[in-house]
Design a protein around this ligand. Structure first.
Ligand SMILES: *[C@@H]1O[C@H](CO)[C@@H](O)[C@H](O)[C@H]1NC(C)=O
Ligand SMILES: *[C@@H]1O[C@H](CO)[C@@H](O)[C@H](O)[C@H]1NC(C)=O
Ligand SMILES: *[C@@H]1O[C@H](CO)[C@@H](O)[C@H](O)[C@H]1NC(C)=O
Ligand SMILES: *[C@@H]1O[C@H](CO)[C@@H](O)[C@H](O)[C@H]1NC(C)=O
Ligand SMILES: *[C@@H]1O[C@H](CO)[C@@H](O)[C@H](O)[C@H]1NC(C)=O
Ligand SMILES: *[C@@H]1O[C@H](CO)[C@@H](O)[C@H](O)[C@H]1NC(C)=O
Length: 339
């Protein structure tokens, strides 16, 4: 008896709840729907977007996500489709977007449209593995909520806008694998305290590295950077750097007296013109990766720590570096052979 009453009251409760539940989930906002149809048309009605149909709640379409309470589109992710054309400027008419991603679309060309600057709710902007050209726009610095900016694997040219350093919530920036020129802006020494990782590898950047970079991951490999990295690592400098890749540049300085921070776990210096010797403090670090090959280093490899755990290719092709793990006997140090 009790059970029946329970079941009946449950049914009543459900019948009361159900309609109110469905009516509290609004259908896709009409302005957003209009912008999405413009985007679809602008991309030439690609097969990838066939689920974008009239008379169907646009919040149920593929490649996007709505806020369930408001019905506003908050995520647009167009990934790996057979899509040609340019980024439709109408993406700027989705004012509540938090995530915008165009990725692995090798026929997506043209510049980054300025309408993106209207998307002030964006926390993630990823335009990557596409064929975009033109500059890294300085208007991106208007996106004050941005945590993650990824413009890697494109054909962007020009220099890096110093204004990007003013983004107050930025955590990670990836501009690697483009054709960027000019210097790394001095302002990057003042990136916010939330900032963690900078990826600028595989570009054509020149000049010196700003003295005060202070975050955990710095990837500058394969550029044309010059000067003295000891300024970056000296006393009174960042104790935050964990992963640093400076390989394949034109850095030229004496490594002997450089004070490497205890935080360092991975250091790539290979293919530069670094001279002097390896500092004994290297044995005190918890290094998981080290590569100093193809430089002009000399003298004994300090014995201890992890230094003998690395493959001898971490050390080869220097002017006269010697000792384990290199085959050249430590007692023959200074004989000056190139190996
Ligand atoms: C890119 O465009 C070319 C020429 O129009 C076409 O042959 C190719 O299939 C397209 N590739 C992709 C990934 O869309
Ligand atoms: C060390 O850093 C502090 C704060 O950044 C600065 O005021 C001071 O001048 C620096 N000292 C030296 C010797 O560079
Ligand atoms: C580097 O950043 C860390 C963490 O944000 C901070 O604690 C430290 O004071 C900074 N060091 C310098 C030299 O700016
Ligand atoms: C590098 O610096 C060390 C220590 O100051 C010094 O003894 C050495 O001669 C320098 N090496 C070169 C090639 O300048
Ligand atoms: C070190 O770098 C050189 C040059 O790029 C490369 O040939 C070698 O395999 C690397 N060694 C390790 C252990 O990564
Ligand atoms: C590196 O090690 C290999 C095999 O362990 C050895 O054949 C080679 O001679 C060594 N190279 C150098 C430069 O020490």
């Amino acid at each position: 008896m009790k059970k029946t009453i329970f079941v009946i009251s449950l049914l009543i409760l459900l019948s009361l709840l159900t309609p109110s539940l469905s009516s509290s989930t609004p259908a896709c906002n009409k302005n957003d729907e209009k912008a999405l149809f413009q985007i679809k048309k602008s991309l030439g009605n690609p097969y990838h977007l066939t689920s974008w149909k009239k008379n169907e709640d646009c919040c149920k379409w593929y490649s996007l996500k709505c806020n369930k309470a408001t019905g506003r589109v908050i995520e647009l992710t167009i990934f790996s489709g057979d899509i040609s054309g340019q980024i439709p400027p109408e993406v700027g008419n989705l004012p509540y977007l938090q995530y915008l991603e165009f990725r692995k679309l090798t026929n997506l060309t043209g510049q980054i449209p300025s309408s993106i600057s209207k998307l002030t709710h964006l926390t993630m902007l990823s335009l990557s593995w596409t064929d975009l050209t033109g500059p890294v726009p300085s208007f991106l610095s208007q996106l004050k909520n941005l945590n993650y900016l990824d413009l890697s694997f494109n054909k962007l040219t020009g220099s890096i806008p110093p204004e990007l350093a003013t983004l107050p919530k930025l955590v990670e920036m990836d501009l690697s694998r483009n054709k960027l020129t000019g210097v790394i802006p001095e302002s990057f020494g003042k990136l916010s305290e939330t900032f963690v990782a900078l990826h600028l590898s595989h570009n054509q950047l020149t000049g010196h590295v700003p003295k005060s970079l202070n975050f955990s991951t710095i990837d500058l490999a394969k550029n044309q950077l010059t000067g003295d990295l000891s300024l970056l690592f000296g006393k009174n400098k960042s104790q935050t750097i964990q992963i640093a890749d400076f390989s394949r540049n034109n850095f030229q300085f004496n490594l002997s007296d450089v004070k490497l921070p205890a935080s360092l776990t991975s250091l790539g210096l290979n293919h530069n013109s670094i001279f002097g010797g390896l500092p004994a403090e290297l044995t005190g670090l918890s290094l998981q990766y080290l590569n100093v090959s193809y430089n002009r280093l000399c003298g004994a490899i300090p014995q201890g720590g992890n230094l003998q755990d690395f493959d001898n290719t971490s050390y080869f092709h220097n002017r006269c570096l010697c000792g384990s793990p290199l085959a050249l006997n430590i007692y023959m140090c200074g004989s000056g052979g190139v190996y």
